[in-house]
Write a protein that binds this ligand. Sequence first.
Ligand SMILES: CC(C)(COP(=O)(O)OP(=O)(O)OC[C@H]1O[C@@H](n2cnc3c(N)ncnc32)[C@H](O)[C@@H]1OP(=O)(O)O)[C@@H](O)C(=O)NCCC(=O)NCCS
Length: 291
Amino acid sequence: MVAPILIRACTPMELPALIALLDEEFVFSKSRKVSLARRLPTALHADNCANILLACRGEAIAACVVIKRFDWITPERSWRGAMIGLVYTRAAERGHGLATQLLRAAQAQLYADGTAFAVLFSAQPAFYRRLGWIGADCGVFGTYAGTAGAAEHCTPADAQTIEAMRRREHGAHMARDGASYRSLPLPAERLEMRASIGAAAYAIYGVQADCAYVYEIGGEPSGRAALWQDIRAAAATVYINARRGSPSAQWFAHIPGIAWRDQALAMWLPLAQPACARHFGDWYIPYLDRI
Ligand SMILES: CC(C)(COP(=O)(O)OP(=O)(O)OC[C@H]1O[C@@H](n2cnc3c(N)ncnc32)[C@H](O)[C@@H]1OP(=O)(O)O)[C@@H](O)C(=O)NCCC(=O)NCCS
């Protein structure tokens, strides 16, 4: 007899087995490197197990969703948000409603505890739309394969230095702690954090082979040119993530040779505070903060 499905939170003991399944699906089967345990050290940590929902058949994990809770700070107030990621069903269990059940369970849990809204990033919008998620993405994605030139040798920066610059910027943003700066988004294999001379500006980017992935450039515009010079000096292709119309996007707009396209990955779910839905088209979650 096939054991029935039980939806419940992951236990710390189950975490290594879950990470192995997720690594195979999202990392190693795609010829990528670095385990998700290192890429998402807080979301896939024993301390976050209450926010990792599993669909289990007996002892076996059949499907999962991972929730990362965060505070979203806007000029007028702070919102409790939740990000959903690593939605996964074992290949043999697909098409039987497990991911749907898990997403509904996650939504009910978040609604019940007063979470204002949830967000996720997916190239499969139809799957989430039928569960009430709304697509709205103010991100733009740039590709640059221009000539390089010599590096300016901006200095490596620690999380505190970057946080001091980031806090000076206005607008909606995610609250971060030191651990936020230990994330490593796919497919990068190394995270670089640099500051320009005098810590006027900063850049956070990932590196994989001869590609660089710019997650954010912030601080004083005067310091950005040196950071950009360093990034492109070390990479054959640079991919740039930015919020449409942001100071960073406006600064990049003056650089010739970047091909831009609009992103369509962000999906949002209004929960305990449905009125926040009016902001979804303007809110931008930086790449470094995503799961
Ligand atoms: C996507 C995934 C989680 C779905 O899991 P599942 O348990 O099979 O999902 P469910 O059975 O709840 O839902 C299946 C439904 O979603 C639809 N669906 C599945 N993948 C879809 C896709 N890529 N686009 C649109 N709809 C999709 C199916 O057609 C089915 O619809 P139906 O109920 O009307 O027949 C699973 O295929 C998976 O693990 N894929 C690999 C990892 C992945 O891509 N995760 C999503 C990251 S955003």
